[in-house]
Structure formats: structure tokens, C-alpha cells
Design a protein around this ligand. Sequence first.
Ligand SMILES: Cc1ncc(COP(=O)(O)O)c(C=O)c1O
Length: 383
Amino acid sequence: MRLSSRAAGLAESQTLRLWSEVARLRAAGEKVVSLLEGEPDLPVAEPVLAAVQGALKSGATRYSQSAGLPELRAAIAKKLLEENGVPAAPEDVLVTNGAKQALYTALQALVGPGDEVLVPGPCWVTFPEAVNLAGAEPVLVPTKRGRPEPEAFARMLNARTRAIVLNSPNNPTGAVYTKEELEAIMELAGRRGLWIVSDEAYERLTYDGRAHVSPASLGPKAAERTVTVQTFSKSFSMTGFRVGYLAGPRAVVDAASRIQGHLTGNVCTFAQHGGLAALSLPAEDRETRRAAYEKRRDLAYGLGAGLFDCLEPQGGLFLWADARRHLKGDVPDTNALAKRFLERGKVAVLPGSACGAEGFLRISFSASEADIREGFARMERSL
Ligand SMILES: Cc1ncc(COP(=O)(O)O)c(C=O)c1O
């Protein structure tokens, strides 16, 4: 059977593949601890559930405007301006099926065959494949202990470079980029006429008093070249709702909206009502969630530092652990190490090769504190 070259060349998401393996083991009765996916486990806020139930009862079960419910686009534009300093009118916002589809659609709108897209590495598994799906070529730019370095970006630039994908707070390194780091990248992007696609899925999860800086907030010129991608998934535990959004220059949002019109039409109408309710939650909800993950970060970093060389996560939901000291004999790489952890210890983590960096493991701390403790104990016993 002949598949398209696009489909044949696409790598499966390693996270989803391992996740299926965890599901298979669990179905077979194994008690697996998963520190694999970045999926917040705190409950969805009651007003969000009530809004969805209310929307269902009042008949919000039909197609709705492809670009998103007008009242949700308006609430997102307000949030972007007030919380992130990103200038956006409701028409500059496109509601998407999660950040994942926002990213896909933005790249479809901005790049194509012959173009190169710079991505700081290590990176989230989906970035290179979303670039590939647009027909362009992903180019990983090395970072130093998770920090982006303008010289490294400059070295990778050529006449084909069209865009840079940024992700702060970062999956997998936990780095939260500073204003100065972002300004240096933006300066380069301005000089070379590059788009910035900024994935801010973990924007509300920053630790030790760090502030999240949206690249599009760095001034009018920055806003003109940046597409901001955010989501309800991580900030509000709404992963299954599949509601995210992008915002950016009107022409880009219009193009992305046309693509979405043919791709999916609207995002689930009643789920969007949940998003609307989430944006009206009181500030305590935000702080309670952030603080819970900061506590888990402390726990995971404390336990992880005993087994690996770890970067202290500044934000997000992952610990990036250098596991090279454990790679020897019949465990030559982190694929083998992750396999050993799953087979011997029934604990799942992601090998760093999935993020473009062999020798490391990505360990999620979005699980419960009990699971984090048990997960590290199992890893230690399996070594
Ligand atoms: C950096 C990053 N962006 C986006 C997503 C997906 O977000 P959503 O659930 O909104 O598609 C994830 C989740 O795994 C992520 O790590």
C-alpha cells in the first residue's frame, strides 16, 4: 500500500506511543506509575463544569462560528492584553482544538516547502513534526542548559530561514526565558524578517516568583511578527476539552482561520463555554493550581537530584534529567533505560531522544505527590 510521502515521513509521537503501552499494562492489571505526560490532575473548576452542563442543556450543541464563539474571542483578547501585555482585538484571536492545532495551523499559514524553521532544542516532540507537516524543515538550535543563545540562532540562520518556534516555560527543560533573552531573539528576528511562533502552553505555571514574558508583549514591532499560542489545557486542567487559541497579526489569523474552516470547522461549541467560564475564575484558582505544581516541582527536583543531574525547573511540568551516568552495558541509551524502568519498575518516563537530546530523561511532575515519590523509588530500585 502506498502512503503519501508526508504521512510516511511522519514520526509517531513517542509520548503517545508510550502512553498506549502504559494503558495496555494497566488493562492487564499492572500498577504502573506514569511520569510521562504533562497532564495536570487537579480537578476542573466547578464553574467550568457548570458552564458546560448549562451550555449542553440550553442547546449549544450545534456548529458555531469557525473562528470561535465571539464572546470567547473577546474574553481571550482581554486576557491577552491584561495578563500578558499582548495587544489583541477579538478579531485577532482564533479558537483552536488545543495549542497543538493552533501550532499546526499557524505553521501551515506561515511556512512551506523550501523554508527552514528554527526550534531551540531539546524540544517538545510535536514541534519538528508540525514543521514537517507544513512541508518545511525543522532545524534544532542547541541551547546551553536549556537557555537560548542568540549566537547559536545566528549560526543556524540562512536565506531559507523563515520562522522561530519558541516555548517558554519550556517542555522539556523547564526553562523560563527572561525578557532579555527574548529581546535578543526578537532583535535577530526583526533584522532577518522572521516570524516567531510562541507556544505558551505553560504560561501560568512559573515558579519562585518568576514572571512569564510573552514575546508579543515586547513592543509593537514584536507583536507584528509574533503568533502567540496558548491553551486551557494546562492552566485549568482542561486537557480533554481541546480548547486553545492563537493570536497575532490580523492577516495571519485570517489565513489560519480559513485553514481551520476547512480542517475542523469550529471547536466543540459547549467546550468553548467551559473556556469562557475558566477565564472568569477568581485569581485564587490560578494561584492554588500554580502553587500545587510548584510543590510537586520541589518534590521531584529533590528526589531527582539524588539519581540524576537535573536542571531545576523554573516553570512547566517537567524535570529534565541527565541520565548519562547510568548508561552502560545492556543499557546503552535512554530508550533502553526508559524500557528498563517500565519493565522492571512499572514506571514510565520519556527518553530524551524523543525531544532531540539523547542521554536525558523527561520526567513529568504533574502526577500526584504519592505517585511522584513512588515513581522515583521505583526508578532507583530498577537501576
Ligand atoms: C509545549 C506544549 N505545547 C502544547 C501542548 C498541547 O497543548 P493542548 O492540549 O492545548 O493541545 C503541550 C502538551 O503536551 C506542550 O507540552
